[in-house]
Design a protein around this ligand. Structure first.
Ligand SMILES: Cc1cc2nc3c(=O)[nH]c(=O)nc-3n(C[C@H](O)[C@H](O)[C@H](O)COP(=O)(O)OP(=O)(O)OC[C@H]3O[C@@H](n4cnc5c(N)ncnc54)[C@H](O)[C@@H]3O)c2cc1C
Length: 443
């Protein structure tokens, strides 16, 4: 493709752009494997892209961009075991619907469902839940096209090292073509959204996390106000009380997104008003109860554009992390209109999962698109670094391989797998060079 015809790609937040030399939309594993072989021969890098919902440059390429919307179907679904195998490009919202039609559901999800299955897995996408890990902990097998064009299936018995690492693979190990996930019988969640003062949340935090299946809260900076969210499974036989489409539209779209956008615009125009706006917003949002199919409770629309940084810290450090972020928001001239989201997950056994080997709390900070975020994020990052924080791979951060090696005990295990399956860095890009170092390990 000539330079003049090259199309610019941008991510959801609009803060990352790339101009790939070629955009490929393969329709089969065979086609994808041939494409990889050709790219490898001519020395062009290759990068799959999902829905572009990452805030970092993790999905950027100036080589061949592989878009998998033509590989987004259901391969197999076994209702007796709950195992479902799907093509990697399938968006989560379609997977959720397919599962619901079969009486199944994923155990946990993040806040939105627009990501592709492979895209969400590759950055370690997670939700909240005292006993549950991120999406990758629900993976049972993977199929990948490796840098030499070969197609491999891996699971805990077939190439277990590759399987272990590739569950949160950062797009660095190969092109994921299919994913087998363990779903469970569909369940209904009862959601209770309640305002609560920050001091009380922190005082009762251990209990709130322990006594709810999925607990999280949003703290409104410059105020003492939070919105707590408790999602718990309804006992069998209890009837769901869905919110109803018109009310959901008013609460999620008009208030949750529309009014929120207005408050962000106002805060951007008149920063000194932000503390008052936040107090007002905290009063308006939440204080409702409803119940619905799990995926409809976990995920909601996000129409206000923003940039985000999120760090995982050891669970026991969560109060220090919140105190640190609070100090940052109180620095002279700092005005933050977006609430800070705090979530919790169980430890897992995935080398580069942010929850690898430890009970984790997550703190996410956001800034309305178009507003300067650099000082806020840098100060928050310094707090998180002091607490052994691990950045979400798809959200903004400045860590490099030397720092990350100290935060991930199994960092070198991942690099060894990478060196074996992609020694030439075919799937590399600038972001991976920074966070992982050279693909051949520098040898
Ligand atoms: C509004 C919003 C809400 C969010 N909420 C949450 C949340 O609640 N929890 C959370 O943890 N994160 C959340 N995120 C972050 C998001 O889940 C991740 O950034 C996720 O990776 C995005 O998926 P995607 O399909 O857009 O992937 P992309 O951003 O397009 O790509 C991510 C990575 O996956 C790689 N990749 C994609 N497909 C393949 C493939 N087939 N093979 C190999 N590599 C592949 C890409 O190369 C890239 O490295 C949110 C983001 C936004 C914008």
């Amino acid at each position: 493709m000539s330079g003049a015809n090259r199309q610019q790609w941008r991510n959801w937040a609009g803060n990352q752009r790339a101009t790939p030399v070629q955009v490929a939309r393969p329709r089969s594993v065979g086609e994808l494997s041939a494409l990889v072989e050709t790219a490898s021969r001519v020395g062009s890098r290759v990068k799959a892209i999902g829905s572009g919902h990452s805030f970092t440059g993790i999905g950027l390429t100036d080589g061949v961009q592989v878009e998998l919307s033509g590989m987004a179907g259901l391969r197999a679904l076994d209702t007796s075991t709950g195992l479902v195998t799907v093509d990697a490009g399938l968006p989560l919202y379609r997977l959720n619907r397919m599962l619901a039609d079969a009486g199944l559901a994923l155990s946990n999800l993040g806040d939105i469902d627009r990501q592709t299955v492979a895209g969400a897995l590759s950055t370690g996408t997670h939700g909240t839940g005292r006993n549950l890990g991120g999406l990758a902990t629900q993976v049972r097998a993977l199929e990948l096209v490796l840098a030499d064009g070969s197609v491999v299936q891996c699971d805990p018995t077939r190439d277990p090292e590759l399987f272990s690492a590739a569950r949160v693979g950062l797009g660095a190990l190969g092109l994921v073509t299919s994913v087998t996930l363990a779903a469970e019988p569909a369940f209904v969640l009862h959601a209770a959204e309640r305002p609560m003062p920050l001091g009380r949340v922190l005082g009762e935090l251990d209990e709130l996390v322990a006594t709810n299946d999925h607990f999280e809260f949003y703290w409104f900076p410059h105020t003492e106000k939070t919105l707590t969210k408790r999602n718990n499974r309804l006992a069998e036989g209890q009837r769901p009380r869905p919110i109803g489409r018109p009310r959901a539209f008013i609460e999620d779209d008009v208030i949750g997104n529309g009014a929120f956008r207005l408050t962000c615009e106002l805060g951007k125009a008149v920063p000194s008003l932000v503390p008052r706006i936040n107090r007002f917003a905290a009063r308006f949002m939440g204080d409702r109860e409803y119940s619905d199919a799990s995926h409809r409770v976990f995920c909601s629309p996000r129409r206000v554009r923003f940039v985000e940084m999120e760090y995982a810290v050891p669970r026991e450090a969560v109060r220090d992390a919140i105190a640190g972020v609070r100090r940052v928001t109180e620095l002279p001239g700092m005005r933050v209109s977006f609430p800070i989201e705090v979530r919790f997950t169980a430890p897992d056994d995935i080398p580069l999962s942010t929850a690898s080997g430890r009970d984790s709390a997550y703190l996410a900070v956001h800034m309305f698109a178009g507003q300067p975020y650099q000082r806020y994020f840098a100060e928050v990052e310094a707090v998180m670094s002091g607490l052994d924080g691990r950045p979400h791979w798809g959200k903004m951060h400045t860590c490099d391989a030397d720092t990350l090696r100290t935060r991930y005990p199994r960092f070198d295990e991942f690099l060894a797998v990478r060196k074996r399956v992609d020694p030439g860095g075919l799937f590399g890009n600038d972001y991976l060079d920074r966070v992982l170092g050279p693909a051949d390990g520098g040898s």
